[in-house]
Design a protein around this ligand. Structure first.
Ligand code: ADP
Ligand code: MG
Length: 351
């Protein structure tokens, strides 16, 4: 089916057939089906997420990759009920069997931070500058857990230790400006972990940090995931990051998934030309200096109209008439490997 049909709820557009072995349960922890998000903007619509489907099992790490504006943040915020009033969300997102879309604010607040939590790119903007970091963690704990002040404080210090903040007992009393960017992100992670979530969504959580700190925070997230048995969604524009950390990768373009596979399978056989372009853009130390980094010319499409054909077609070196005329379906074309392309890579170009 074409993903660019009219938005509708229910109905699965992807064969999430459960054939994948699951680490901890046979039922997905999160099951997103045909998620659409559009924003009202004056007399126009912004088609931000267009029929996204995926599932995630407990304890699994999923990387959602794509250029800026591809719908990574909006699709995740939709799950958390964190979109503005101008957004219209349709489709389904079941978490632990319960439908998240359409919950009231109050119902959603019970899940948010408790069952599923999110860490954002900029820790400076997420923290309250006038409040001691310890109290911000304690507040998050007491929102979800029936602990008195003293017990909550002990748990907060425990969490600061868990996220490996040096001297947690002293740091508890400090203000955000007294901490480095990396330490502030550790505090944000501690807040996200306050109520032991089953799923943590890290949205470009390391993008504002220097390279060394980035690696340390990534390592921390993965350690915590293993230690706490959480599922982790890592959102990034950096496909290289996914290569080193995730079990599975979804590549998004123009609000839709265009390729999905286990990390191993994806890197062994990239099918979608867009993914290949992203892969080529990863700087490699061993790349000979005479071969320049290939770029993907052009820009992501205007999201105020839905293209008839493949949204990547204007930038794609493999595009033909079919690509302009009909949008390729996102389907499981090989076991465990989904892509949306009429003329995928590695097939001799014959389609
Ligand atoms: N509140 C909003 N109103 C209108 N458009 C929005 C709003 N929030 C996001 N968008 C648009 O939705 C698209 C997807 O955004 P986003 O999910 O933030 O991208 P990503 O996280 O992949 O960089 C972008 O085109 C963005 O401009
Ligand atoms: Mg984003």
């Amino acid at each position: 089916m074409s993903t660019y049909g009219a938005p509708h709820s229910a109905a699965a557009s992807v064969s999430g057939d459960g054939s994948r072995p699951s680490p901890s349960t046979t039922m997905p922890l999160l099951e997103v089906r045909d998620l659409w998000v559009r924003f009202r903007q004056g007399d126009r619509q912004v088609w931000a997420v267009n029929g996204l489907s995926y599932e995630l099992f407990g304890g699994q790490t999923l990387a959602i990759i794509g250029e800026s504006g591809s719908g990574k943040t909006v699709s995740s915020r939709a799950l958390m009920g964190l979109l503005p009033e101008t957004a219209t969300v349709t489709g389904s997102a079941r978490f632990d069997g319960e439908e998240l879309l359409g919950l009231s604010d109050q119902e959603m607040r019970q899940h948010r931070g408790a069952d599923l939590a999110m860490v954002f790119q900029d820790p400076t903007r997420s923290l309250n500058p006038t409040m001691r970091v310890g109290n911000q963690i304690t507040e998050a704990i007491r929102t979800h857990l029936p602990l008195d002040r003293r017990a909550a404080r002990e748990r907060a210090i425990e969490l600061l230790r868990l996220v490996r903040l040096p001297s947690p007992r002293q740091r508890f009393f400090e203000y955000p400006h007294q901490l480095s960017g990396g330490m502030r992100q550790r505090v944000m992670i501690a807040i996200a972990l306050a109520a032991d979530p089953k799923l943590l969504i890290a949205d470009e959580a390391t993008s504002s940090l220097d390279v060394t700190t980035q690696a340390q925070i990534m390592e921390l997230l993965l350690d915590l995931q293993g230690q706490l048995g959480m599922a982790l969604i890592m959102i990034s524009h950096d496909l290289g990051l996914a290569a080193s950390f995730a079990d599975e990768v979804i590549v998004m373009y123009a609000g839709r998934a265009v390729e999905r596979a286990s990390t191993h399978q994806l890197f062994a056989h990239v099918r979608m030309p867009y993914t290949e372009a992203l892969l080529e853009a990863i700087p490699r130390i061993e790349r000979p200096s005479h071969s320049p980094l290939p770029v993907t010319p052009g820009r992501p499409p205007d999201l105020t109209t839905l293209p008839v054909g493949c949204p990547f077609e204007p930038r794609c070196s493999r595009a033909r008439d079919t690509c302009r005329e009909t949008s390729p379906p996102f389907e499981e074309q090989e076991p465990g490997h989904w892509w949306a392309c009429w003329y995928p890579c590695d097939d001799g170009g014959s389609g």
